[in-house]
Write a protein that binds this ligand. Sequence first.
Ligand SMILES: [Zn+2]
Length: 188
Amino acid sequence: MSPSDYKLSIPKEFFNSETKEPFRTCMMCNQSLAEKQYMVEKAIKNYPSLGTKEIIFEYAMCLECAGKMHLELSEESRNRIGDYMKTHLEGKTHLPVEGKPDLNKLLNQCIVKESDVSQSAEYSIYAMCNGTDMTINDFPYALSGEVQDEIMQLLSAKSLDILDDFIGNHFTGPPEVREILRRRPVLI
Ligand SMILES: [Zn+2]
């Protein structure tokens, strides 16, 4: 955390949509998030012809679990993802010089392609939280489905197998979310 990090109360966009409150437990280790740093992802599908969208899945994962998952990847896969992020995100700053961050823009524009996510078939929004606060630094952001696919292409088949085992062994949430995660694991 750098001193310039902002904190905000977690906005409703990142609430558990069942409880209408912030997430309380990590979906991997099932431990309380009250005193932990964790990330939240919501994956959203657009239905342009209907003018609607729907949450496909959502979860909170503590940074310990996310870090463990990341370390399961081969060094080569990790380097490729790191290079991709560096190439596409370097020099892009989230924080305005003064005033509050524009959450609306952060959650509606793909951070990599700078495209309007409502034009993508699917996209995700991500936040970094600490207890009931959301931290504003590299997070929150939105990634279009196209970029998520590009990132998945960077992973070796071996890394994907290892992640699949890891999720199979540790995941405590609903089976339908586990199946989605196997196709698109959490990458930080
Ligand atoms: Zn955890």
